[in-house]
Write a protein that binds this ligand. Structure first.
Ligand SMILES: Cc1ncc(COP(=O)(O)O)c(C=O)c1O
Length: 378
């Protein structure tokens, strides 16, 4: 990265909060107030006792409400984040062979985890170039179909739909790490919708949460009964038992749970997922409109149907180095607008999870206008 030229953005143009990262993402001060209020009654106390279990229960119930879960669905949680969930799913959800949609870094990683598991058959991996998305194809005998809902590395959102024609007991396993809470979803279309707290939920990483259908609960039971070996830390049957008791198998980060719980409560009080997705539609819509209109920028995802409402990727004309733009923004307190590092494009990436106000996004584009104008003149 080159040295950022000294461009000072006038104060009146700057956003109130300059954090636009794709996770960890901004944390609202009301969440931190809730954390302070939980000291000393909850923070620093045992996770096996009622005060902490009540918080885990509040989080599970809040997610059930937020996602309008049908009867029979359960909320599971455990330590290790979404990356650990890939391994847990490899042991405890995929019976033999799964199909994976791979159109960016994260979908590819789950496929690779399954491909390297000696107890599974070869995965059926369907790929598409960055910026687009492949479709599932029903194949008799495959027992799971896995895809990201939102591919954070490229800014592509693929709607969650159970693929027609798949085996009756096949599972749809959706990586919702960056989608959950900011993108609409119909729970009848997934069997497992898993995510982590550091995106829409404005908390820290290190935890996984999964919304699990009766079909997937049955699969967890079947695999457990088969006697397949699984490390206890990744065992979904153990996670299920603990989740039902409003606890995790091993000690969780209580502050992470509290921050997330506060965010879920806030979403529900404001109007739930419909309210949250209305916000992300407005903020991402502003960004795509700006990128279309500006002569030096264009949305990276060309198909408007696939454009993410939470992670907006914008290509910058080759006459301006995006690294210079992001460096100037960073020097002015506007951070984490860099693209996914391995994508290798002249690009900025702006996350607009529901906590991000439209006024801040409008301020961001005004700041980009200001900096691009000066860089183009230089
Ligand atoms: C779509 C997606 N899946 C998985 C992960 C990995 O999540 P974690 O860091 O919680 O393991 C990320 C992280 O950014 C992600 O964006």
């Amino acid at each position: 990265m080159g040295v950022a030229p000294e461009i000072v953005i006038p104060d009146h143009l700057r956003p109130t909060d300059g954090r636009f990262g794709s996770g960890p993402s901004r944390i609202r001060s009301a969440q931190l107030d809730a954390l302070l209020a939980a000291n000393p009654t909850i923070l620093g106390t045992s996770h096996r006792q009622r005060p902490v279990k009540a918080e885990v229960g509040r989080l599970r119930e809040g997610l059930r409400t937020l996602f309008n879960l049908p009867d029979g669905y359960e909320v599971l949680l455990g330590n290790g984040g979404s990356t650990a969930f890939w391994d847990a799913a490899t042991f405890g959800l995929i019976r033999d062979r799964a199909q994976f949609l791979s159109f960016g870094e994260f979908g590819a990683k789950f496929a690779a985890a399954a491909a390297s598991a000696p107890h599974l058959g070869d995965p059926d991996v369907r790929t598409a170039p960055a910026g687009s998305a492949p479709d599932f194809v029903a194949v008799p005998g495959l027992d799971a179909y896995a895809s990201p809902h939102n591919e954070t590395s490229t800014g592509v959102t693929r709607p969650v739909r159970r693929p027609p024609g798949i085996d009756d007991d096949a599972l749809t396993i959706i990586d919702a790490t960056s989608a959950a809470g900011g993108v609409a979803v119909d729970p009848t279309q997934f069997d497992v919708y898993y995510f982590a707290p550091q995106k829409s939920f404005g908390s820290d990483g290190g935890l996984w949460l999964a919304l699990v259908s009766p079909r997937a609960l049955e699969r967890i039971g079947q695999i457990q009964a088969s006697g397949r070996w699984c490390p206890a830390f990744l065992d979904l049957a153990i996670a299920l038992e603990n989740s039902r008791a409003d606890q995790t198998y091993n000690t969780p980060a209580l502050a992470t749970i509290l921050l997330m719980s506060e965010q879920v409560t806030w979403f529900n009080a404001q109007g739930g997922l419909g309210w949250a997705t209305g916000r992300t539609a407005a903020t991402s819509g502003h960004l795509y409109g700006w990128a279309d209109a500006h002569e030096l920028t264009s949305p990276f995802v060309t198909d408007p149907q696939l454009r993410s409402p939470v992670v907006v990727t914008i290509d910058i004309d080759s006459s301006v180095a995006a690294t210079t733009l992001t460096a100037v923004l960073r020097a002015n307190g506007i951070v984490d607008t860099e693209p996914y590092r391995k994508l290798g494009r002249n690009q900025i990436r702006i996350a607009v999870f529901p906590a991000v106000d439209l006024a801040d996004v409008q301020a961001l584009t005004a700041c980009c206008d200001y900096v691009l104008h000066r860089l183009a003149d230089a």
